[in-house]
Design a protein. Structure first.
Length: 147
């Protein structure tokens, strides 16, 4: 199957997680800090993909609570399309509604001091982990049904 990169694409930070080579377990990577008003750091993501031998990418899609697209959703879709074109790798989109809430709850449950809990990069990385793990779980479920 190969490694899969999970991305929580944000305006200020991009949370990242990568699977193990079997596509079973998600592991955190350091987030990328974005500079306001600058183009998406696709080259930095391509370097991470090369370093970790990524075969597939899954990007969290920020739909509204009603399941509709927003302005930000359009930007994330455009980012995912450009990343796929530049990398030559498949890029999937996964509905990320509620992953930020799940990530915040997970970080809070770690028992860290308030200052550590509230670090946004920790939440972004956890959101990327959740996006990737959801994708891996769904993929495993599809494979199990086809056997």
């Amino acid at each position: 199957m190969g490694r899969i990169l999970g991305i929580d694409y944000g305006e200020r930070r991009i949370g990242l997680a990568v699977s193990d080579p079997t596509g079973t377990i998600a592991q955190p990577l350091s987030p990328i800090v974005r500079r306001r008003g600058k183009r998406p750091p696709i080259q930095a993501i391509l370097e991470i993909m090369t370093e970790h031998e990524v075969e597939h990418v899954v990007v969290g899609l920020p739909l509204t609570l009603e399941g509709q697209d927003s302005e930000w959703t359009a930007e994330v879709r455009a980012f995912a399309e450009r990343l796929g074109q530049r990398s030559g790798r498949p890029v999937s989109l996964l509905d990320e509604r509620m992953t930020s809430v799940m990530a915040e709850r997970a970080v809070r449950s770690l028992g860290l001091r308030r200052r550590e809990r509230e670090r946004k990069d920790r939440v972004d990385t956890t959101a990327a982990l959740i996006i990737l793990q959801l994708f891996l779980s769904r993929s495993a479920g599809r494979e199990g049904r086809s056997e």
